[in-house]
Ligand binder design. Structure first.
Ligand code: AMP
Length: 112
């Protein structure tokens, strides 16, 4: 797999402010936030897409810990874009935590 921007952040080649780190993942602020809180949970392992990650659900559990640490555990939205057709632009698996504003009732997907 070719190295993505997130792979370079995980390896330290590109510096980033880490909001959270454990043995499985890091969390950073999204560079183009779509909500007052928009954090990316990035597994250290360079898994391209969610469908490639059967054995790596530790990252999903870490999202809850990160949300708690951010103080948004009562209400946050977790998004994974899988594949270009779904809007994935960085092919190193990551979870978006969005919080700090309301989301339209009944709206399941998307950043709006
Ligand atoms: P996705 O479209 O699901 O692949 O999400 C990729 C996300 O990564 C987008 O929300 C971008 O704003 C964000 N992003 C891209 N480069 C960086 C970076 N260097 N630091 C933080 N976030 C980034």
């Amino acid at each position: 797999m070719s190295e993505t921007i997130f792979g370079k952040i995980v390896s330290g080649e590109i510096p980033a402010e880490l909001l959270y780190e454990d043995e499985h993942c890091i969390a950073i602020n999204d560079i183009n936030p779509q909500a007052p809180v928009h954090v990316l949970v990035i597994p250290k392992k360079g898994i391209p897409r969610l469908v490639d990650a059967a054995a790596d659900d530790q990252a999903l559990l870490a999202a809850g810990k990160v949300a708690e640490q951010l103080g948004v555990a009562e209400a946050f939205r977790l998004i994974v874009n899988n594949g270009a057709g779904a809007g994935q632009t960085v092919f190193h698996l990551h979870l978006h935590i969005l919080a700090g504003r309301g989301f339209a009732e009944g709206q399941m997907a998307g950043f709006q």
